[in-house]
Design a protein around this ligand. Structure first.
Ligand SMILES: NC(=O)c1ccc[n+]([C@@H]2O[C@H](COP(=O)([O-])OP(=O)(O)OC[C@H]3O[C@@H](n4cnc5c(N)ncnc54)[C@H](OP(=O)(O)O)[C@@H]3O)[C@@H](O)[C@H]2O)c1
Length: 226
């Protein structure tokens, strides 16, 4: 299995690199030129393609021959960075490749997610302030995911809850819609978010799905299991 990780130098990306190497996959990582040093500890074990993740020439080169592409979707700046990244991956990945994208619970595929007042306020106020400061454009991440949802590729959009650091608790559990009691704890270890992304590469049941995930040792997940 040859896997490309787009956004490999971030926190989620580095965990995904580790999980892929643990499975013996060949890894190609794309990250901004100034971030290449963050991948130094993997230097002998992966190929790094420096460049912006919305640079179509960079993505075309990086995904060539890959059986899977793991993409960290981040809506930095006002240049449509996330939708440019998603579009490049959709356009240039090999036809057979599994394409896995990361985002948050605020993304909805069919409008059937039920959000808490806290999450709605965070997205509305945080999103507005970030857009005014021209730092982050949440609408760009929405646009990126809409393009993925409309695609006939073998995609999975993994929607992460609030994240925390810490030891792995195992593969997160998931529900189709936010609002499902299973997800009530709203907490996932970042290392396990990465585990789910990598797991999705080989789980065909997740193709064309947008799972909302939560840590498998959280109270709501345990209550559901029992
Ligand atoms: N943080 C949360 O609580 C949370 C919750 C739910 C879902 N998620 C999702 O999880 C994924 C990872 O998010 P994360 O918060 O954990 O961050 P992360 O893994 O550290 O990833 C951040 C990414 O953004 C890049 N980046 C940072 N500044 C940038 C800039 N100015 N221009 C372009 N790229 C820039 C980083 O690249 P460099 O290494 O080059 O800086 C890195 O690839 C995202 O898809 C996010 O939507 C996050």
């Amino acid at each position: 299995m040859k896997v490309c990780i787009v956004g490999a130098s971030g926190k989620l990306g580095q965990y995904m690199v580790q999980h892929c190497l643990d499975r013996g996959y060949e890894v190609v990582g794309v990250c901004r030129a100034q971030s290449v040093a963050k991948l130094e500890r993997f230097a002998e074990r992966m190929t790094v393609v420096p460049g912006n993740t919305d640079d179509r020439e960079v993505i075309a080169r990086a995904v060539k021959g890959c059986d899977g592409v793991l993409t960290v979707l981040v809506p930095w700046g006002m240049q449509r960075y996330a939708s440019g990244t998603a579009q490049a991956v959709l356009d240039f990945a090999e036809p057979h490749a599994r394409l896995i994208f990361s985002c948050g619970w605020h993304i909805t595929r069919d409008g059937k997610d039920v959000y808490s007042t806290r999450l709605k306020a965070l997205v509305a106020i945080g999103g507005f302030v970030a857009r005014m400061l021209r730092v982050v454009d949440l609408d760009d991440q929405v646009e990126a995911c809409d393009r993925v949802f409309a695609s006939d590729r073998r995609w999975t959009v993994v929607r992460g809850s609030d994240l925390e650091e810490g030891e792995s608790q195992g593969l997160p559990v998931w529900a189709e819609h936010v609002g499902d009691p299973l997800l009530a704890s709203n907490r996932t270890r970042r290392v396990d978010f990465a585990l789910f992304m990598v797991h999705a590469l080989t789980d065909d049941a997740l193709a064309q799905q947008a799972p909302a995930i939560v840590g498998r040792q959280t109270a709501s997940a345990l209550a559901h299991a029992s």
